[in-house]
Design a protein around this ligand. Structure first.
Ligand code: BTN
Length: 238
Protein backbone atom coordinates (compact mmCIF):
# COMPACT_ATOMS: atom_id res chain seq x y z
CA UNK A 1 0.00 0.00 0.00
CA UNK A 2 1.18 3.47 -0.85
CA UNK A 3 0.10 6.12 1.64
CA UNK A 4 0.46 9.84 0.95
CA UNK A 5 -0.51 12.81 3.08
CA UNK A 6 -1.81 14.68 0.06
CA UNK A 7 -2.49 13.83 -3.55
CA UNK A 8 -4.49 15.59 -6.24
CA UNK A 9 -6.47 12.38 -6.81
CA UNK A 10 -5.61 8.84 -5.78
CA UNK A 11 -7.10 7.63 -9.08
CA UNK A 12 -4.64 9.79 -11.02
CA UNK A 13 -1.69 8.63 -8.95
CA UNK A 14 -2.75 4.99 -9.25
CA UNK A 15 -3.05 5.41 -13.02
CA UNK A 16 0.43 6.92 -13.21
CA UNK A 17 1.85 4.03 -11.21
CA UNK A 18 -0.06 1.43 -13.24
CA UNK A 19 1.26 2.94 -16.47
CA UNK A 20 4.74 2.50 -14.99
CA UNK A 21 4.12 -1.17 -14.26
CA UNK A 22 2.75 -1.21 -10.70
CA UNK A 23 1.34 -4.56 -9.71
CA UNK A 24 -2.22 -5.74 -9.49
CA UNK A 25 -3.68 -5.04 -6.06
CA UNK A 26 -1.56 -2.00 -5.18
CA UNK A 27 -3.62 0.39 -3.05
CA UNK A 28 -2.95 4.13 -3.18
CA UNK A 29 -4.33 6.02 -0.19
CA UNK A 30 -4.30 9.74 0.54
CA UNK A 31 -5.19 11.54 3.76
CA UNK A 32 -6.24 14.45 1.62
CA UNK A 33 -7.09 14.93 -2.05
CA UNK A 34 -6.86 18.37 -3.57
CA UNK A 35 -8.75 17.42 -6.75
CA UNK A 36 -10.70 14.31 -5.79
CA UNK A 37 -12.90 13.31 -8.69
CA UNK A 38 -16.37 11.83 -8.79
CA UNK A 39 -18.30 10.33 -11.67
CA UNK A 40 -19.36 12.55 -14.59
CA UNK A 41 -16.47 14.94 -13.95
CA UNK A 42 -17.86 16.08 -10.60
CA UNK A 43 -15.52 16.87 -7.76
CA UNK A 44 -15.50 14.62 -4.71
CA UNK A 45 -15.61 16.29 -1.33
CA UNK A 46 -13.89 14.42 1.48
CA UNK A 47 -13.11 15.85 4.90
CA UNK A 48 -9.42 15.26 5.69
CA UNK A 49 -8.92 12.87 8.58
CA UNK A 50 -12.59 11.91 8.61
CA UNK A 51 -12.89 10.00 5.38
CA UNK A 52 -11.15 7.38 3.31
CA UNK A 53 -9.98 8.04 -0.24
CA UNK A 54 -8.11 5.27 -1.98
CA UNK A 55 -7.65 3.60 -5.34
CA UNK A 56 -6.87 -0.01 -6.17
CA UNK A 57 -4.93 -1.01 -9.25
CA UNK A 58 -6.61 -4.00 -10.88
CA UNK A 59 -5.14 -6.00 -13.72
CA UNK A 60 -8.06 -8.23 -14.58
CA UNK A 61 -7.53 -11.58 -16.28
CA UNK A 62 -11.07 -11.34 -17.68
CA UNK A 63 -11.77 -9.78 -21.11
CA UNK A 64 -12.04 -5.99 -21.10
CA UNK A 65 -15.73 -6.18 -22.00
CA UNK A 66 -16.33 -7.47 -18.48
CA UNK A 67 -14.37 -4.76 -16.66
CA UNK A 68 -17.38 -2.48 -16.13
CA UNK A 69 -18.56 -5.19 -13.76
CA UNK A 70 -15.80 -4.10 -11.39
CA UNK A 71 -18.00 -1.14 -10.47
CA UNK A 72 -20.75 -3.45 -9.20
CA UNK A 73 -18.22 -5.73 -7.51
CA UNK A 74 -16.67 -2.76 -5.70
CA UNK A 75 -20.04 -1.37 -4.62
CA UNK A 76 -21.02 -4.73 -3.22
CA UNK A 77 -17.69 -5.06 -1.41
CA UNK A 78 -18.14 -1.67 0.27
CA UNK A 79 -21.71 -2.46 1.30
CA UNK A 80 -20.71 -5.84 2.71
CA UNK A 81 -17.77 -4.33 4.56
CA UNK A 82 -19.78 -1.70 6.40
CA UNK A 83 -22.98 -3.57 7.10
CA UNK A 84 -21.45 -5.52 9.95
CA UNK A 85 -21.41 -2.19 11.83
CA UNK A 86 -24.52 -0.59 10.37
CA UNK A 87 -27.83 -2.15 9.34
CA UNK A 88 -29.75 -1.06 6.25
CA UNK A 89 -26.87 -0.37 3.89
CA UNK A 90 -28.14 -0.09 0.32
CA UNK A 91 -26.70 0.16 -3.17
CA UNK A 92 -28.03 2.77 -5.56
CA UNK A 93 -27.27 1.39 -9.00
CA UNK A 94 -24.68 1.27 -10.25
CA UNK A 95 -22.52 1.74 -7.17
CA UNK A 96 -23.40 4.54 -4.79
CA UNK A 97 -23.62 3.32 -1.24
CA UNK A 98 -26.62 4.61 0.62
CA UNK A 99 -27.67 4.61 4.23
CA UNK A 100 -31.09 6.00 5.12
CA UNK A 101 -31.50 7.60 1.71
CA UNK A 102 -28.16 9.42 1.87
CA UNK A 103 -24.89 8.72 0.13
CA UNK A 104 -22.05 7.46 2.30
CA UNK A 105 -19.61 6.26 -0.37
CA UNK A 106 -18.92 6.65 -4.07
CA UNK A 107 -16.89 4.65 -6.53
CA UNK A 108 -15.11 5.73 -9.68
CA UNK A 109 -13.78 3.01 -11.98
CA UNK A 110 -11.50 4.08 -14.82
CA UNK A 111 -9.85 1.81 -17.35
CA UNK A 112 -6.34 2.11 -18.77
CA UNK A 113 -4.80 -0.06 -21.48
CA UNK A 114 -4.23 -3.21 -19.46
CA UNK A 115 -5.47 -2.14 -16.06
CA UNK A 116 -8.41 -0.60 -14.28
CA UNK A 117 -8.38 1.80 -11.37
CA UNK A 118 -11.07 1.33 -8.76
CA UNK A 119 -11.34 4.52 -6.71
CA UNK A 120 -13.36 4.49 -3.51
CA UNK A 121 -14.34 7.43 -1.36
CA UNK A 122 -16.16 6.81 1.89
CA UNK A 123 -17.31 9.19 4.62
CA UNK A 124 -16.15 7.42 7.75
CA UNK A 125 -16.19 9.86 10.67
CA UNK A 126 -17.46 12.98 8.92
CA UNK A 127 -19.75 14.98 11.19
CA UNK A 128 -20.57 17.96 9.01
CA UNK A 129 -20.87 18.38 5.27
CA UNK A 130 -20.72 21.51 3.14
CA UNK A 131 -24.16 23.00 2.42
CA UNK A 132 -24.30 21.72 -1.17
CA UNK A 133 -24.26 18.07 -0.05
CA UNK A 134 -25.56 18.40 3.51
CA UNK A 135 -29.01 17.06 2.55
CA UNK A 136 -27.81 14.10 0.56
CA UNK A 137 -24.69 12.88 2.35
CA UNK A 138 -24.05 10.91 5.50
CA UNK A 139 -21.16 9.12 7.18
CA UNK A 140 -20.64 5.79 8.89
CA UNK A 141 -20.20 7.72 12.13
CA UNK A 142 -23.54 9.52 11.81
CA UNK A 143 -25.28 6.28 10.85
CA UNK A 144 -23.68 4.12 13.53
CA UNK A 145 -23.75 6.72 16.29
CA UNK A 146 -20.11 6.08 17.12
CA UNK A 147 -16.65 6.65 15.68
CA UNK A 148 -15.22 3.96 13.45
CA UNK A 149 -11.58 3.09 12.87
CA UNK A 150 -10.76 4.01 9.27
CA UNK A 151 -8.08 1.33 9.13
CA UNK A 152 -10.64 -1.36 10.04
CA UNK A 153 -13.08 -0.09 7.44
CA UNK A 154 -10.32 -0.13 4.81
CA UNK A 155 -9.21 -3.65 5.71
CA UNK A 156 -12.74 -4.99 5.51
CA UNK A 157 -13.40 -3.31 2.15
CA UNK A 158 -10.20 -4.76 0.70
CA UNK A 159 -11.03 -8.25 1.99
CA UNK A 160 -14.46 -8.16 0.39
CA UNK A 161 -13.14 -6.59 -2.81
CA UNK A 162 -10.49 -9.28 -3.31
CA UNK A 163 -13.28 -11.83 -3.28
CA UNK A 164 -15.86 -9.91 -5.36
CA UNK A 165 -13.44 -8.80 -8.06
CA UNK A 166 -12.60 -12.45 -8.70
CA UNK A 167 -16.26 -12.93 -9.66
CA UNK A 168 -16.60 -10.53 -12.59
CA UNK A 169 -16.34 -13.49 -15.00
CA UNK A 170 -17.44 -16.86 -13.71
CA UNK A 171 -19.34 -16.25 -10.51
CA UNK A 172 -20.84 -12.92 -11.55
CA UNK A 173 -24.27 -14.26 -10.60
CA UNK A 174 -23.15 -14.10 -6.98
CA UNK A 175 -22.21 -10.44 -7.35
CA UNK A 176 -25.58 -9.79 -8.97
CA UNK A 177 -27.43 -11.57 -6.20
CA UNK A 178 -25.61 -9.44 -3.62
CA UNK A 179 -26.37 -6.21 -5.47
CA UNK A 180 -30.01 -7.22 -6.08
CA UNK A 181 -30.47 -7.88 -2.39
CA UNK A 182 -29.31 -4.39 -1.49
CA UNK A 183 -30.58 -2.40 -4.45
CA UNK A 184 -32.54 0.61 -3.20
CA UNK A 185 -34.11 1.43 -6.58
CA UNK A 186 -35.90 -1.83 -7.34
CA UNK A 187 -39.66 -1.36 -7.55
CA UNK A 188 -39.38 2.43 -7.50
CA UNK A 189 -39.98 5.22 -9.99
CA UNK A 190 -36.71 6.54 -11.37
CA UNK A 191 -35.38 8.98 -13.93
CA UNK A 192 -32.20 8.04 -15.75
CA UNK A 193 -30.16 10.52 -17.74
CA UNK A 194 -28.69 8.47 -20.57
CA UNK A 195 -26.62 9.43 -23.60
CA UNK A 196 -29.80 9.29 -25.69
CA UNK A 197 -31.85 11.43 -23.32
CA UNK A 198 -33.85 10.96 -20.13
CA UNK A 199 -35.70 7.74 -19.43
CA UNK A 200 -38.54 7.48 -16.95
CA UNK A 201 -39.97 4.30 -15.53
CA UNK A 202 -39.95 1.80 -12.74
CA UNK A 203 -36.84 -0.17 -11.98
CA UNK A 204 -37.67 -3.85 -12.27
CA UNK A 205 -34.27 -5.19 -11.31
CA UNK A 206 -30.91 -6.09 -12.81
CA UNK A 207 -30.24 -8.06 -15.97
CA UNK A 208 -27.64 -10.80 -16.25
CA UNK A 209 -24.87 -8.34 -17.16
CA UNK A 210 -25.68 -5.94 -14.33
CA UNK A 211 -27.72 -3.61 -16.55
CA UNK A 212 -30.71 -1.82 -15.09
CA UNK A 213 -34.10 -3.14 -16.23
CA UNK A 214 -36.47 -0.21 -16.64
CA UNK A 215 -40.19 -0.68 -17.21
CA UNK A 216 -41.31 2.30 -19.29
CA UNK A 217 -44.56 3.18 -21.03
CA UNK A 218 -43.06 1.59 -24.17
CA UNK A 219 -41.90 -1.66 -22.61
CA UNK A 220 -38.79 -2.99 -20.90
CA UNK A 221 -35.51 -1.16 -21.53
CA UNK A 222 -32.05 -2.36 -20.62
CA UNK A 223 -29.94 0.56 -19.42
CA UNK A 224 -26.23 -0.12 -19.43
CA UNK A 225 -25.02 3.30 -18.40
CA UNK A 226 -26.60 6.47 -17.07
CA UNK A 227 -25.03 9.79 -16.18
CA UNK A 228 -27.49 10.41 -13.43
CA UNK A 229 -29.93 8.17 -11.63
CA UNK A 230 -32.72 9.87 -9.72
CA UNK A 231 -35.11 8.23 -7.36
CA UNK A 232 -38.45 9.96 -8.02
CA UNK A 233 -40.42 8.02 -5.49
CA UNK A 234 -39.36 10.15 -2.56
CA UNK A 235 -40.88 7.90 0.11
CA UNK A 236 -38.46 5.19 -0.90
CA UNK A 237 -35.57 7.23 0.50
CA UNK A 238 -36.78 7.14 4.07
C1 BTN B 1 -18.83 9.32 -7.19
O1 BTN B 1 -19.72 8.88 -6.47
O2 BTN B 1 -19.06 10.28 -7.95
C2 BTN B 1 -17.50 8.66 -7.18
C3 BTN B 1 -16.61 9.23 -6.14
C4 BTN B 1 -15.25 8.56 -6.10
C5 BTN B 1 -14.30 9.25 -5.16
C6 BTN B 1 -13.03 8.49 -4.98
S1 BTN B 1 -12.05 9.10 -3.65
C7 BTN B 1 -10.73 8.10 -4.13
C8 BTN B 1 -10.67 8.13 -5.64
N1 BTN B 1 -9.89 9.25 -6.12
C9 BTN B 1 -10.65 10.14 -6.78
O3 BTN B 1 -10.24 11.20 -7.28
N2 BTN B 1 -11.92 9.71 -6.83
C10 BTN B 1 -12.07 8.45 -6.17
Amino acid sequence: MLVREELASTNDEARRLAENGAADGLVVLADRQTSGRGRRGASWYAAAGESLAFSIIVRPTEPQSLWPRLALAAGLAVAEAVESDIPGVGIKWPNDIWIGGRKVAGILVEAGGDFAIVGIGINVNTREFPPEVADIATSLHLAAGRMLESADVLTKILEHFIWRRSQIGAGFDEVLDGVRLRCVLTGHAVTLMTASGPRYGTMEGLGSGGELLLRTADGLERIIQADEVRLDDFNARA
